[in-house]
Design a protein around this ligand. Structure first.
Ligand code: WTA
Length: 665
């Protein structure tokens, strides 16, 4: 019965895409054997992966120790992460293989081989040692997307120092909070990094942070990326290039226990203090290497893989740095944004032109085989229109991935048709900072995909949909839980064991609660519905924002949509939609009504938005997640709450103006 469901389901998507035989012929996995093996004995399955994918200094005898909520994987084993990412490949004769084709936003490029990366990492590890850093210490990293960032991370891992990467878009306050919480002793930064044609300043934010807090930080290492004049304020400050000049390139990789802390990564809840998510070594590396290999069907000899995320997020940690390097893969790493200014000669004069085809240009030039990006980027490309693609050859692409938000079926179809030439498999990967690696995703040579569905849990991971009371839901909407521990799971929240237990392990007994709504269809496919905090209650019906957004994006004029439930005196909450039109569409009242009716047709009258606002942009975090809380504030005419994590502060006032101009029914 629909109205008994925890979250109701309205959106029905019937299209299916089986793997093509061209792909399955060479795919690493093309049948269900990995699933069957893991189903039989998931611990043995992960142990096999750990031994096959990684090199252990000391083999483990214990696979899993599980005392809810704490898991230890491979606990008596020893390994070094940086050895697994670098030394062993060099020893295997792969030293000249390219690790990263790096491209700066202004167009400067750098190619670094495994050999060269090992030398740089060893040198910086020696720099850290010279500052007295040792196993158990923490280093903060606040950098643009330049090669020194993975070098610094791997140097930490080499000597057992945990890193805490702070996203380069964050403010001095965020630096203070994170450094103080982790007791970071050193921070690595840069003068600035290029973003949309301008140097985006970083070091001054570190200065501001150190002026008013973060007293644990005793040393600051500064990379010169943009030649911005910076003041080395006191003896704590050092140039990266000076330190590296005299550093020795020999630094043995020290074997570490499997449960050695590898990193902290802070996730900002919308209101509360950020949580320092803890990830350790052996289990984490096993799952990221396994998923990077099988989910992207990695053919390491020939593939050029590109994850277009920022290393400041977990996606970059797991799928730019640790997974790809463990698998000895060649990656592309790009500093800037998809829309970048380019200088063009016109009528004898240099003119700055904004180009929106940078991604396609990079894919064509490097012959990228896997592209991993976010639904928000895909919807932006839809808005820009397919003309941006017309002069680019994207035929090298073999696998397309998405992460970060539910992907609406129409955005999936656009990705499939325009980027994947209607033949490249798409892997919609659901996971979280907390899960460390992919959890729910198709395998491209195995799974029959459905547009908008993340399909099913990977081999060795066990997902279950439950209702409000925690009972298993076989078909319909509910909450996503994970029923068994997995190797790359978070090991806790730094300094706050109670919050760890309460946030993730107390809602449903014995199960990890992810905080996401999900529905399961007749075939057992999982459809992610967004955060449960965003679920709307319309006249007693629990409707997910994701489904209404998908129905909005299904309208041919709509490129992107965000939906919120605003307080309403008759229905409890009313659905308010904010819509960005595709490039060529003209806004009008008729179009707004047509879009509202389209939703009613697709999902039923209960889901017809009370109002639809046509807006130029949506408020998003820099990782691309829509900030629905701000849209609720606008819809309910409230003053805006905290806007510091907003990628572009002007967006909200543009939406407020738009909302005022639109006439509500
Ligand atoms: C959302 C990013 C639907 C989800 C790796 C999750 C997704 C949160 C997907 C974690 C997906 C991520 N489909 N929703 N494929 N991937 N999410 O910690 O709500 O930045 O809980 O990790 O993003 O975001 P985080």
């Amino acid at each position: 019965m629909a109205d008994k469901q925890a979250i109701e389901e309205f959106y029905i998507e019937n299209r299916t895409f089986p793997p093509l035989s061209d792909f399955t012929q060479t795919a690493l996995a093309s049948d269900s054997s990995l699933y069957e093996e893991a189903e039989l004995d998931f611990e043995a399955f992960w142990a096999r992966q750990a031994r096959e994918l990684l090199t252990w200094e000391k083999d483990f005898t214990s696979i899993l120790e599980w005392e809810l909520p704490y898991a230890k994987w491979f606990s008596d084993g020893e390994l070094n992460i940086s050895y697994n990412c670098l030394d062993r490949h060099v020893q295997n004769g792969k030293g000249d293989k390219v690790a990263f084709h790096w491209e700066g936003e202004p167009g400067d490029t750098q190619t670094i081989t495994y050999n060269e990366l090992l030398i740089e990492v060893s040198k910086f590890a020696n720099v850290l040692k010279d500052f007295g850093l040792q196993r158990g210490d923490t280093v903060a990293i606040y950098m643009p997307m330049i090669l020194e960032l993975p070098i610094a991370m791997l140097a930490c891992a080499r000597i057992g120092v945990a890193h805490s990467v702070i996203f380069g878009g964050f403010s001095p306050d965020a630096i203070i909070d994170r450094c103080e919480d982790a007791g970071a002793k050193l921070i690595v930064t840069a003068d600035a990094g290029y973003r949309r044609g301008e140097p985006s300043l970083l070091k001054i934010n570190v200065d501001a942070a150190l002026d008013s807090g973060a007293s644990s930080v005793k040393h600051v290492v500064v990379v010169n990326r943009c030649n911005i004049p910076v003041e080395m304020k006191d003896e704590r400050y050092h140039w990266w290039h000076d330190l590296m000049l005299s550093a020795s390139p020999n630094c043995p990789a020290e074997p570490m226990p499997a449960e050695q802390l590898l990193y902290l990564l802070y996730t900002s809840g919308t209101t509360a203090k950020p949580k320092g998510i803890m990830h350790t070594s052996g289990g984490y590396l096993t799952q990221v290497a396994f998923t990077h290999k099988y989910v992207f069907d990695l053919q390491p000899e020939t593939d050029i893989y590109w994850c277009a995320a920022d290393i400041g997020w977990v996606t970059g940690h797991s799928y730019i740095v640790y997974g790809p390097l463990t698998n000895c893969c060649t990656s592309v790493m790009y500093e800037g944004t998809p829309d970048t200014p380019r200088t063009e000669l016109r009528n004898g004069q240099d003119r700055l032109q904004w180009s929106k085809d940078r991604l396609w240009d990079i894919i064509e030039r490097y012959k990228v085989t896997q592209l991993y990006t976010a639904p928000t980027a895909i919807r932006t490309f839809m808005k820009w229109g397919s003309e941006e693609l017309k002069d680019h050859d994207l035929s090298s692409l073999r696998v397309l991935g998405t992460v970060g938000e539910p992907i609406n079926p129409e955005a999936w179809m656009w990705y499939h048709e325009h980027i994947g030439s209607a033949s490249t498999p798409i892997v919609d990967t659901w996971w979280q900072t907390e899960t460390g690696g992919h959890m729910i995703t198709p395998l491209p040579g195995v799974t029959i995909t459905k547009p908008g569905s993340a399909c099913s849990a990977i081999p060795g991971v066990f997902a279950e949909v439950v209702d409000d009371a925690g009972n298993k839901v076989e078909q319909g909407g509910g909450y996503l839980t994970i029923t068994k521990p997995w190797p790359s799971m978070l090991r806790g929240i730094w300094g706050d064991p109670e919050r760890y237990l309460k946030t993730y392990w107390s809602t449903y007994e014995g199960k990890y609660f992810a905080g996401d709504g999900v529905k399961i269809d007749n075939d057992g496919y999982l459809w992610l519905l967004g955060r449960v905090d965003d679920v709307m209650n319309i006249s007693g019906h629990r409707i997910s924002t994701a489904e209404v957004e998908s129905a909005l994006v299904d309208h041919p004029s709509v490129a992107e949509a965000a939906v919120v439930g605003a307080t309403d005196s008759t229905t409890g909450q009313a659905i308010i939609g904010y819509v960005i039109l595709r490039g060529s569409c003209d806004p009008s009242n008729e179009l707004r009504d047509e879009i509202r009716n389209h939703v009613a047709q697709k999902l039923g009258p209960i889901a017809r938005p009370k109002a639809v606002f046509l807006v130029p942009d949506l408020p998003k975090t820099r990782s691309g997640k829509i900030m629905r809380r701000l849209l609720r504030d606008v819809a309910e005419g409230r003053d805006l709450g905290d806007t510091t994590t907003l990628a572009d502060a002007n967006v909200v006032s543009a939406i407020q103006d738009g909302a005022q101009k639109s006439t509500e029914d």
